[in-house]
Design a protein around this ligand. Structure first.
Ligand code: SF4
Ligand code: SF4
Length: 86
């Protein structure tokens, strides 16, 4: 199965997706991720989490549990997982 033409998954791994519009840049998810999957976009007026090592994601969902803003969504069991782009 082919990915969408612009399906460069900057906001998702195989297990989680990030809705950067909800991200409050608290960096809790960055701290709890044991695999170094998550990083920061950290400009003065533009801050949100980003995925830097998607292939390292183990699907532990520590990031999802840590996020109070609901900006991290579990894709486990989702057929959309390979195509999830915000
Ligand atoms: S699911 Fe686990 S390994 Fe994947 S980004 Fe979240 S905390 Fe990191
Ligand atoms: S825990 Fe949620 S609100 Fe905090 S940086 Fe991560 S995605 Fe953004």
């Amino acid at each position: 199965m082919r990915r969408p033409h612009h399906g460069h998954r900057q906001n998702a791994t195989a297990y989680i997706a990030i809705n950067t519009g909800l991200c409050e840049a608290c960096w809790k998810c960055v701290s709890v991720c044991p695999k170094g999957v998550l990083g920061k976009v950290n400009f003065i007026f533009h801050k949100h989490v980003r995925i830097v090592n998607p292939k390292n994601c183990a699907g532990c969902l520590a990031c999802e549990k840590a996020c109070r803003a609901g900006a991290i969504i579990s894709l486990k069991g989702s057929k959309l997982a390979p195509y999830y782009i915000f």
